[in-house]
Design a protein around this ligand. Structure first.
Ligand code: UT7
Length: 313
């Protein structure tokens, strides 16, 4: 792949977390597990559950939050991209549904969904950045939204303890020259159902664990190479929030201090395509971006897919 920096400016982020919760104690009543096992093997304590809401509802609410926080005139949104593997239905796309709910059906805008599982938000942001750098797009709304609880088997302790529902959104525009982004995205067709959703989510946990550590390490290396920077120049890494031990494993392997990573999986579990934008929103609430900051976002998941972006403010 050629090395081409694209300009990018993150105007705002937003999120929507449904109010229902599933604690480890709740799961103890459903499967043979314990709070101690879940916390020690994953770092997760709680996850959220959408009650009476579907993926498009979560996506819409996260979008409204990003629009309001960024004080963006929604009439200047020229494209909507939603990353999800739990769309309400196959068609119309969640992006088109969000367009309608935002009252933007009178405008000619580009709307489509991206299916790259837990790497979906990175893929969607890459598509948005490419559109911004080539087309007449002013603002693009990028959303990661999932209602994973509807595809979980609550008799399978290997999977049901890990995942939760949520949505995150980001509004982006073309950046100034120094605000640039390098993307690295990849996949390897999973013909052995290492991690798949064929109505119900199924996973070979150990294999995914090994794949994930390798994918995150590879993504960090590739992004540093593309950006021409060193790890100590990266302000924060926002990884896909799957399992504390995956991040801890990468940190140990690459001798990265654990506090270089932003983690919030304790509260939300793995929300697939929504995990990176939710985490980013919470990180930016703690600390806004300063000129020269470098953020890395890294995803990995079903497909198998993996990859990331390194963004310089
Ligand atoms: O977005 C990407 C999505 N997926 C992931 O990120 C998942 C990646 N994989 C993982 O996070 C880990 O592999 C898991 C958390 C799923 C499992 O942890 P592990 O340390 O790899 O456990 P394991 O699968 O090797 O199983 C160890 C033992 C087994 O029992 P035996 O055979 O040793 O008696 C499992 O049956 O732990 C058992 N086990 C559980 N015990 C209590 C598996 N799940 C549970 C559970 N509670 N929920």
């Amino acid at each position: 792949m050629r090395k081409i920096p694209l300009t990018l400016d993150i105007i705002s982020t937003g999120k929507y977390i449904p109010s229902g919760t599933i604690t480890n104690e709740d799961l103890e009543k459903l499967v043979d597990t314990s709070d101690e096992w879940i916390v020690s093997h994953t770092g997760i304590k709680t996850r959220h559950k959408a009650i009476g809401e579907n993926t498009s509802d979560l996506a819409y609410k996260a979008a409204v939050n990003a629009i309001e926080k960024g004080k963006v005139d929604k009439e200047t949104i020229d494209a909507i991209i939603v990353a999800t593997i739990t769309a309400d239905f196959a068609s119309p796309s969640m992006a088109a549904i969000v367009q309608a709910r935002l009252g933007l059906n009178h405008r000619d805008i580009t709307c489509f969904d991206v299916n790259a599982a837990c790497t979906g938000f990175v893929y969607a942001l890459q598509m948005a950045t490419a559109l911004l750098n080539t087309g007449p797009y002013r603002h693009i709304l990028v959303i990661g939204a999932e209602v994973l609880t509807k595809i979980l088997d609550y008799t399978d302790r290997n999977t049901c303890i890990l995942f939760g529902d949520g949505a995150g959104a980001m509004i982006v525009r073309q950046g100034k020259e120094h605000q640039h982004a390098y993307f690295y995205t990849a996949s390897e067709g999973d013909v052995e159902d290492v991690l798949s959703v064929k109505e119900i989510l199924r996973m070979q946990g150990r294999r995914v664990f090994k794949f994930a550590i390798n994918a995150v390490e590879k993504s960090i290396n590739r992004l540093l190479e593309l950006d021409g920077s060193r790890l100590d120049q990266i302000t924060k890494i926002i990884p896909h929030q799957a399992n504390y031990r995956i991040i801890d494993g990468v940190a140990e392997l690459k001798k990265i201090p654990l506090n270089k990573f932003f983690l919030n999986l304790e509260q939300y579990g793995n929300t697939s395509a929504a995990s990176i934008p939710i985490a980013l929103d919470e990180y930016l609430q703690e600390r806004s971006l300063h000129s020269g900051d470098k953020l890395m976002m890294i995803g990995f998941g079903a497909g198998l897919t993996w990859g990331g972006v390194v963004f310089t403010q």
